[in-house]
Design a protein around this ligand. Structure first.
Ligand code: HEM
Length: 406
């Protein structure tokens, strides 16, 4: 029995782990069957292996980090790298941005917007009122679709960073949905990052939807917004449009996925009860949620020059895929009491020069959501759930919860 909540049924640990694993596998399969197959094979390939049609796959966390830290041999540009996709959408200036000195310059320029303190202020400003409403609704015994909620809050957060005004929740949802549909066009790039002409056309239509507010924010934004800063340092409006799209994609789906999946993992494994009894476990729950869900399950790079990795020779012009989901999950099942894993570090955020800029935002928003769910000391129940289908980032399309005592 849970000392904090005698009425709540706590799943046995082994059963809870099985249930959690089953739900996670269902999400991955529904979102992207090819990715699910690749991750399943990846668990058997050993640390590094060449697969027909796919190229090199790496499942070892230390080797993955070595590659991500080696910009001389491995690049975002060229076949296999995500910069290749951006170049096809926004042209050579955006493609060059990923590999060039402008990238480092821009990261330095925006660093203060992404510190822990800035992330806390941002999340409290953009998401705080939604969390307060969530808390009130759960206390009143209502059911809440958390997938719907986090899609809305993720979009408000990115729009706030950019300096774009969103009229209402419907506009926030529309932004999220367009970004999700744009990212889904990259499905199938596991064998090639060259996009067919009709895919590029569809993508450009979605970019127009996503960047509707960019011109105004670029013209009027202050130095505390990304688009205002872009204007201030002479970045063209077109490149700013590309960067805004990048942020809309990078900052919404992955975060939303980590949020609902961590809430589900805590429920399915019964470990929400440990958290309810001991709030000092919260940072561990956040880290474990990010590790086990690894919302960017694969990171690709183009091989720019011959390289020796793990005793193998990776030849120039090939591609390499780091299966970060496999690498991170090798440490074991979701466990809020697990210590920091030095091998994986925070590989779910990548590594090296492209290490996730929004890592603090992702951690803070997960912390705040869990704090809200734990606020009145009652466990939550998952009433129903639906995986999202055909999406780049596996996630819940709906995750309906309510407070267990109602
Ligand atoms: C759990 C949530 C998140 C995860 C797992 C995640 C993961 C990642 C990963 C793996 C990369 C590196 C990709 C590569 O090397 O090819 C990345 C880059 C990036 N992320 Fe995140 N991300 C998350 C949330 C966010 C949020 C909330 C934001 C913004 C508010 C954000 C902004 C970015 C940006 C701008 C980059 C590109 C950095 C660069 O190229 O220099 N991310 N993210």
């Amino acid at each position: 029995m849970n000392p904090a909540h005698p009425s709540a049924v706590i799943p046995r640990p082994a059963r809870g782990r099985r249930v959690a694993r089953r739900h996670e596998a269902r999400l991955l399969r529904a979102g992207n069957p090819a990715l699910f197959a690749l991750l399943t094979i990846g668990r058997l390939t050993g640390p590094i292996r060449r697969l027909p049609k796919v190229g090199w796959v790496v499942t070892d966390p230390v080797l993955s980090r070595r590659i991500l830290n080696d910009a001389r041999h491995f690049s975002m540009l060229g076949e296999g790298g995500v910069g290749d996709l951006w170049g096809q959408l926004f042209g050579p200036e955006m493609a060059a941005f990923f590999g060039g000195s402008r990238h480092a310059e821009l990261r330095t320029l925006g660093r203060d917007l992404f510190t822990e303190d800035s992330a806390r202020a941002l999340v409290d400003r953009a998401q705080g009122p939604h969390h307060a409403r969530l808390r009130a609704r759960l206390a009143a015994g209502e059911t809440v679709d958390l997938a719907e909620l986090v899609r809305t809050t993720s979009a408000y957060t990115v729009a706030d960073l950019l300096g774009i005004e969103l009229a209402d929740d419907a506009a926030a949802r529309a932004l999220f949905d367009s970004a999700e549909r744009l990212a889904a066009l990259a499905l199938g790039t596991q064998t090639s990052t060259a996009l067919p002409a009709e895919t590029i056309e569809r993508a450009k239509g979605l970019v127009t939807e996503i960047t509707g507010g960019v011109a105004e924010a670029y013209r009027t934004g202050g130095p505390d917004t990304i688009l205002g800063r872009c204007r201030g340092v002479g970045i063209s409006e077109e490149l700013a449009r590309g960067l805004a799209t990048l942020l809309a994609i990078a900052g919404t789906e992955t975060g939303a996925s980590s949020l609902t999946r961590t809430v589900a993992l805590l429920h399915d494994t019964g470990q929400q009860h440990a958290l309810l009894a001991d709030r000092s476990l919260l940072p561990g729950a956040v880290r474990e949620g990010l590790r086990v869900t690894t919302p960017a399950p694969v990171i690709g790079r183009h091989i720019a020059a011959d390289a020796e990795v793990g005793g193998r020779t990776l030849r120039k012009d090939g591609r390499v895929m780091m299966l970060t989901y496999v690498a991170d999950n090798a440490a074991g099942p979701f466990d809020v009491t697990r210590e920091y894993v030095p091998e994986t570090r925070q590989l779910w955020f990548g590594a090296g020069r492209h290490l996730c800029l929004g890592a603090a935002v992702a951690r803070v928003q997960l912390t705040r959501l869990l704090e809200t769910l734990l606020a009145d000391g009652r466990p939550w129940q998952v009433v129903s759930r639906q995986p999202a289908r055909r999406v780049l980032v596996p996630t819940y399309a709906s995750l309906v919860v309510r407070s267990a005592d109602h």
